[in-house]
Structure formats: structure tokens, C-alpha cells
Write a protein that binds this ligand. Structure first.
Ligand code: THU
Length: 160
């Protein structure tokens, strides 16, 4: 038997160490938590994307009394970006989460379904999407979605 070790590279930053553009992107994600509709979980998530043209868009989680009908913040903003700007690549995405009156201390990490959706946009535009995961003490920065989703199933997997 052989073993394969799969590594994920995560940059660990203080907020102040990030460049201005990434700070702005995180600021937008943080603002978005106040627009979340999360009456069932009380877990408010904000997400933002930076488009290739420099524009920043925001979104938040939207829950539903029929629980699975709700949607995470990452998918809300990514579907919105792709729906409104079908020809413009996404350069970066940031997320932040707020619960019990404060932002999470540890960086918030996206769920599996969101990772799969983010991967689709990354492969669709053949353009790495930098991922910024905000925590009050540290910000994790990943070079692309693939770092979040090793052994992924993607477009090219369909070719056999
Ligand atoms: N949620 C997100 O919006 N993004 C994540 O990365 C994790 C979870 C939402 C889904 C649900 O509305 C609430 O947070 C609790 O799971």
C-alpha cells in the first residue's frame, strides 16, 4: 500500500497585514452580516466577492422555515455575481460570521456545498479565486478554491 499526503497551504495574517483591497473586501463581508436573515440559527454570515473589474459585491445567509430551502452567504453572493456578471471572473471571496453579539474569533470556514459551488466559478473562468476567511484574531488566506477542496470533482472529471 502507498499513502498520499495532501497538503493545504493556508496563509495566516493579521488584518492589518493585508493589502487595502483585501481589507475592503473583508469590511464588506463584515457589513453584510447585519443583512443576514438567520432567525433559526442566529448565525449570521456575510460574504463578499471581488470581481476582475474591481467591483465588490456582497451577500448574506438567507434561512427558511423549511430549513434546507435556505442558502449560505457564499452561495448567495457567488450565484448573484455569476448571474449579474456572467462574463466577469471572480478574483477573491471573503467571509465573516457573527453570532451571540460578536464576530467569530477563529476564521469561519465554508461548508462543503459552498466549496463545490465556489470551485465551479473558479474552473468556469479558469481564474484562481483567493479565499479570505475572517476571524477577529487571524485571517486565513488561501490561494484558490482547490486548497479548500482536495480530491475534488470538477468539470474535467466528467471526461473520464
Ligand atoms: N452558513 C453560511 O452562510 N456559510 C457558512 O460558511 C456556514 C454556514 C449559514 C447557513 C445557516 O444559515 C447558518 O449559517 C447556520 O448553519
Amino acid at each position: 500500500m502507498q499513502q498520499k499526503i495532501i497538503e493545504t497551504k493556508v496563509g495566516v495574517f493579521n488584518f492589518d497585514e493585508l493589502n487595502f483591497e483585501y481589507q475592503q473586501l473583508i469590511k464588506t463581508a463584515k457589513e453584510q452580516v447585519y443583512k443576514a436573515y438567520a432567525p433559526y440559527s442566529g448565525f449570521q454570515v456575510g460574504a463578499s466577492v471581488l470581481l476582475e473589474n474591481g467591483e465588490i459585491l456582497g451577500g448574506s445567509n438567507q434561512e427558511n422555515s423549511a430549513y434546507p430551502s435556505g442558502l449560505c452567504a457564499e452561495r448567495v453572493v457567488m450565484f448573484y455575481a455569476n448571474a449579474q456578471y456572467p462574463d466577469i471572473a471572480v478574483r477573491a471571496l471573503a467571509i465573516a460570521a457573527f453570532t451571540h453579539g460578536k464576530f467569530l474569533k477563529d476564521p469561519v470556514t465554508p461548508c462543503g456545498s459552498c466549496r463545490q459551488v465556489l470551485l465551479e466559478t473558479e474552473t468556469r473562468f479558469e481564474n484562481n479565486i483567493t479565499i479570505l476567511l475572517y476571524g477577529t484574531e487571524q485571517v486565513y488566506v488561501l490561494e484558490n478554491v482547490k486548497q479548500l477542496l482536495p480530491l475534488c470533482f470538477e468539470k474535467s472529471s466528467l471526461n473520464g
